[in-house]
Ligand binder design. Sequence first.
Ligand SMILES: Cc1cc2nc3c(=O)[nH]c(=O)nc-3n(C[C@H](O)[C@H](O)[C@H](O)COP(=O)(O)O)c2cc1C
Length: 187
Amino acid sequence: MMSGVLEVIKKRRSIRAFKSDQISDEQLQTILQAALMAPSAMNQQKWHFSIVQDQDLLGKMVEIIKDSIMKSDNEFLKSKASNPNYHSFHHAPTVIMISGDERAPWIDIDCAMAAQNIALAAEALGLGSCIIGSAGPVFVSEQAARFKEKLGMPEGYKHVIAVSLGYKAGDNPAAPDRNRNVITYVK
Ligand SMILES: Cc1cc2nc3c(=O)[nH]c(=O)nc-3n(C[C@H](O)[C@H](O)[C@H](O)COP(=O)(O)O)c2cc1C
């Protein structure tokens, strides 16, 4: 018998098409509570969550990310970014941008733990999510300081990862194949 958590873990997929309806504040608070309950190294909790629901601001970030991709030699991302409908956050109505204290050990892992809790909480509520690792260029661009300020990122914090959130525009897609050949048993 699978417990609720295992079912949610199995069901969660990266959702890349969202309805434009905003999620409720109650849903958001439940999701944030799950983020804050994530484990962190030495219980340091040196993370920060910027809840972005300003579509203009997200659009400006997308432009910077798109520019950076088009100047790179990553053909996979270039083919995605050259689609006129390309949107790094998949047009999600809410994006949680997670930053962390640059000086804190294991901070990337802490933020990733919180991101996974967000994704699982979203699925448990019937909402869609997608972990977004491609926002980095925003925070090394000429306008980085302005974005950090807008997002309320504390001094000395770096962007780590983002999570797009919203109502799913369709059913969950099938799970991409998982490689089972990655496990060593030592007895
Ligand atoms: C660190 C990280 C960064 C990711 N960045 C992106 C991204 O920028 N855009 C995107 O659409 N998906 C992104 N993903 C989602 C993965 O593509 C997805 O998890 C993977 O293909 C497996 O599919 P599933 O999540 O549906 O199981 C990211 C996932 C992780 C863990």
